[in-house]
Design a protein around this ligand. Structure first.
Ligand code: AMP
Ligand code: ZN
Length: 485
């Protein structure tokens, strides 16, 4: 089965065919660095990560670009509200650049802890003002702009396919126009390309431009930077569903107006929201959960990654601590199982166990079938829940050899990104040598045999012996696993 993705543009599943054989240009909207990322934002970046890893697994060379928004983003995506960066800087008594540097660092600290691969190109908006101005000049030269009240606007009425992505109808929007909209706008959907006059007298970052000293609107940065690094047309653009009606709709209008090329982007992928019991999670509303708050509550960042993988990206995912507990338990038994298998394989180290297999025989038909099913799940619009189920399937298959199981799940983990090998190795360091591990495994096997023979006294005796040595047994869906008390 070929990779099939749900394209928001057209609202249908489409077989992925890159513009250039073997290459993929991928742009994912990055964070606005005025505060920590909340765990909903991190859902978006885990999603981008899994798509990029899947494409690489399929053999594509992926150029992954992500922007860092450090200017121009107002709290309302349509030019309304406060300037997010300026407000945050004022509240914290810092400069905008200090705020941007601090939260950019915090963002990458979070993504690293969640094993999200860093995009090959990370670009800051404030370092690309020249590119934005050049793009706006093209849009202007093609007649899509007007100047009013000191700002340069994009005139959506001149762009006939405006709103196609979001299936907006300009006529309906006009009829339902809101009050309180910027009076300079001819249409409420028109948006600012360049501000020279705004309500923010104290705007710290301003640049010279053909339209006067000022700063760019938010949307133009993504058009300018993606075109700069990926070309005038490219393959995939991703972001959260909130970006469909305004941000991405406006990005398309600007980019196609500037280059005259359509479609600008071939596939648009949008992740649904992570929601709290109380509803939407938002950075501006305050009271949001960060990765650090989960860590402080005793969770590993990878527990949260596992939790996210358990939901399909196009479904809303309800966050709860019960759900996170289940993810933590599942991930722990996964690691325990990996560790036990490695011990059984006799090498004592996970790496050696898996690599011994890699250099040896080819995988059995049964093992290959698991990998094929895993690939099918991902190819079917990135179904991570089904991919995880295949991982568990192979782990529970008693017909496969330990080393082979490890080889298969480590291969799967190249996409899932649970760091299984490293995590299991880390836990190995805490225990004794391979001989002890084998001894434990032997005792567990004897206990399983005793239970089968309904000799519960013997089974309990073995459990107690291990317990007296500080080893706790847990019977779970993946068989019996052990951990140190
Ligand atoms: P921002 O930093 O606000 O520009 O958002 C960064 C990314 O997170 C964007 O792709 C948003 O669409 C996405 N996003 C925001 N809130 C959520 C949420 N609750 N669940 C999933 N994605 C979100
Ligand atoms: Zn964007």
């Amino acid at each position: 089965m070929a990779l099939t993705l749900f394209n928001t543009l057209g609202r249908e599943l489409q077989v992925f065919e890159p513009l250039e054989t073997g290459q993929v240009g991928f742009y994912g909207c990055g964070p606005t660095v005025y505060n920590y990322a909340h765990i909903g934002n991190l859902r978006a970046y885990v999603f981008h990560d899994v798509v990029v890893r899947t494409l690489r697994r399929l053999g594509y060379q992926v150029k992954h670009v992500m922007n860092i928004t450090d200017v121009g983003h107002l709290s309302g995506d349509n030019d309304e509200g406060d300037d997010k960066m300026v407000k945050s800087a004022e509240e914290r008594g810092k400069s905008v650049m200090e705020i941007a540097d601090f939260y950019t660092g915090a963002f990458f600290n979070d993504t690293e802890r969640m094993n999200i691969l860093r995009p090959g190109i990370v670009c800051r908006a404030t370092e690309h003002i020249g590119d934005m101005i050049a793009l706006i000049q093209k849009i202007e030269a093609h007649g899509f702009t007007y100047f009013a009240g000191g700002n340069l606007y994009f005139d959506v009425a001149r762009f006939s396919s405006y709103g196609e992505l979001a299936r907006l109808r300009l006529e309906d929007l006009k009829a339902g126009a809101r009050t309180g909209v910027d009076e300079n706008k001819r249409n409420p959907q028109d948006f600012v390309l360049w501000f020279t006059k705004s309500k923010f007298e104290n705007q710290a970052l301003i640049w010279d431009s053909p339209w006067g000293r000022g700063y760019p609107g938010w949307h133009i940065e993504c058009s300018a930077m993606s075109i700069k690094y990926l070309g005038e047309t490219f393959d995939i653009h991703a972001g959260g569903v909130d970006h469909v009606p305004i941000h991405h709709t406006n990005e398309i209008a600007q980019s196609e107006a500037a280059t005259g090329k359509s479609p600008w982007v071939k596939y648009w992928l949008h992740n649904e929201f992570l929601v709290l019991d109380k509803g939407k999670m938002s950075k501006s509303a305050g009271g949001f959960l960060t990765l650090q708050s989960l860590i402080d509550a005793g969770y590993d960042p990878l527990d949260y990654r596992y939790f996210l993988l358990g939901g399909h990206y196009r479904s809303q995912l309800q966050f709860s601590y019960e759900g996170l507990d289940s993810a933590r338990n599942a991930r722990r038994s996964l690691l325990d199982k990996v560790r036990s298998l490695a011990a059984k394989a006799g090498s004592g180290v996970v790496k050696a166990a898996a690599e011994a297999w890699k250099q040896g025989e080819p995988l059995s038909v049964a093992a290959q079938a698991y990998l094929a099913a895993f690939d099918r799940a991902l190819n079917d619009d990135i179904s991570t829940p089904r991919a995880l189920a295949e991982l568990w399937g192979v782990l529970r298959d008693s017909g496969l050899e330990g080393g082979e199981i490890l080889a298969v799940i480590f291969d799967m983990d190249r996409v899932l990104g649970l760091s299984l090998k490293e995590q299991a190795e880390k836990s190995f360091e805490r225990v004794e040598d391979a001989e002890t591990l084998r001894e434990i495994e032997d005792l567990i096997a004897r206990r399983t045999g005793a239970k089968k023979a309904r000799d519960f006294a013997q089974a309990d005796a073995i459990r107690d012996t291990l317990k007296s040595r500080g080893i706790l047994l847990e019977d779970g869906p993946a068989g019996t696993v052990w951990r140190r008390i």
